[in-house]
Design a protein around this ligand. Structure first.
Ligand SMILES: [Cu+2]
Length: 457
């Protein structure tokens, strides 16, 4: 829910530790607590542009003040529903993590107030912007830290169009692990030779958390072994689908603030990488892809025509990143028959459960008792049963009859007759094998991986 009590006025605020006098001249902070994807925020003042849609997020309203676009970000503890049934205690901005998307137009003079309601100092770095050095937000190097209860103001001209982000450069290992980040889009002023107009423009950030099942606060010391791989601090089935009408031109902008790279893969379509956080890619340097790696600290802008109807998987191609709340140090049990052993163990430990002796797909169907406030490992149901993926996973839903500007979920795709994979009912031929192997007894291999922690996802 958006609260914008007297956003344009200077009314007194309930602002916790922040002085009311200090806040009186600022734009009132707008707060959002719903994790649902909000419709695009059509610009009501300033230069016109085609707004983006933030996946499971929203865009921050602004006020015009003497030709300057003024925004107010409040760094504060937030509760983020990562997926239904699982809420995390994070740090973010204006009620959410990630914070709201900031949208401006090339050439806009922008003034951003940043109020710190965290228990420790913070700062704000505007990733990818050309700006005066003293506005760059690196604590100690370019500015003093923003103490708890204080508000700093940043002001610069959004000089070049593109896909950017914001995040602190203060105690950043903690503050980014706690979810402090947001997107920044600078739209081109008028027609741009390298930036095509699109019908839909989706944005999200890749982030990752380490939250033990049954708890709610991320472990901030984790360097690589995260167990929640998220888009905008959501895990599937909590990630909204990306919807398009067949034939529309779609743009997806992705930024990576995790500690590893993510090969982002789209089914059914090819796209072009048309921009990075360095700006638009020259047309002569573009080539078609179905997977693009988004390295740590990078942003990628993908353009394509959504010309194939269906529910198309869209996900990170690292298989561990399409799992939720995965425990570590689990040995591979494929091919190990536990029935005898399990019978003996359950006499001693009644809750003992065998995991994964036929692969892990069983986990999608198992109604395993979970601790309170835990994301199930792989959840979500599709039209053909449980979806064997979670984490960094969603769908591109392309429909003939989706109305322009309608972002609502059209439900599951109805496959035209003759276009659905199905069970073969005819006869099966014996497989032909090389003569040498005939008569040799099959070798049975049982592999059990070492149980040590795995590193380097
Ligand atoms: Cu990934």
């Amino acid at each position: 829910m958006v609260s914008r009590r007297n956003f344009l006025g200077g009314a007194a605020l309930a602002a916790g530790t922040v002085s009311k006098v200090a806040m009186a001249a600022l734009p009132e902070p707008v707060i959002q607590t719903s994790p649902d994807t909000q419709p695009p925020l059509q610009p009501a003042s300033g230069r016109p542009y085609n707004p983006v849609v933030t996946l499971n997020g929203w865009t921050l309203p602004w006020r015009m003040n003497g030709g300057v676009k003024e925004f107010h970000l409040v760094a504060e503890p937030v509760v983020r529903e990562m997926t239904p049934g699982f809420k995390a205690h994070l740090w973010g901005y204006n009620g959410q993590s990630p914070g709201p998307t900031i949208e401006v137009v090339e050439g806009d003079r922008v003034r951003i107030f940043v109020t710190n309601k965290l228990p420790e100092v913070t700062s704000m770095h505007w990733h990818g912007q050309r700006l005066p050095c003293g506005m760059d937000g690196v604590t100690g190097l370019t500015q003093a830290p923003i103490a708890p209860g204080k508000t700093y103001v940043y002001e610069f001209v959004a000089r070049r169009p593109g896909t950017f982000m914001y995040h602190p450069h203060a105690d950043e290992m903690v503050q980014m692990a706690m979810g402090m980040m947001g997107l920044w889009i600078t739209h081109p002023k008028g027609k741009h030779p390298l930036i095509d107009p699109v019908d839909r423009d989706y944005v999200f950030l890749l982030n990752a958390y380490d939250i033990e099942p049954g708890s709610a606060t991320p472990k901030i010391m984790t360097m690589l072994d995260f167990n929640l791989w998220t888009w905008n601090s959501r895990v599937f089935p909590g990630i909204a689908p990306l919807v398009a009408r067949q034939g529309e031109k779609v743009r997806i902008r992705v930024g990576n603030l995790t500690m590893t790279n993510h090969p982002i893969h789209l089914h059914g379509h090819e796209f072009m990488v048309t921009g990075t956080d360095g700006g638009p890619v020259p047309r002569s340097a573009r080539w078609p892809e179905v997977t693009t790696d988004v390295a740590v600290g990078q942003m990628r802008q993908l353009d394509f025509i959504a010309d194939e109807e269906g529910d198309w998987a869209f996900h990170c191609h690292k298989s561990h990143h399409t799992m939720n709340a995965m425990g570590h140090n689990v040995p591979t049990m494929i091919g190990v028959d536990h029935r005898q052993l399990a019978r003996k163990i359950t006499q001693l430990v009644p809750d003992y459960m065998v995991m994964g002796e036929r692969g892990m797909h069983d986990m999608t169907e198992m109604e395993m008792p979970l601790p309170d406030n835990t994301a199930a490992m792989m959840t979500g149901h599709g039209p053909f049963g449980p979806v064997g993926m979670g984490g960094m996973f969603s769908m591109l839903k392309v429909r003939k009859d989706q109305k322009a500007g309608d972002y609502s979920d059209p439900g599951w795709f109805k496959h035209p007759p003759g276009t659905l994979a199905h069970e073969w009912q005819g006869p099966l031929a014996e497989p032909a094998r090389p003569a040498a192997s005939a008569g040799t007894p099959a070798v049975e291999v049982n592999i059990r991986k070492p149980t040590g922690a795995h590193h380097g996802h």
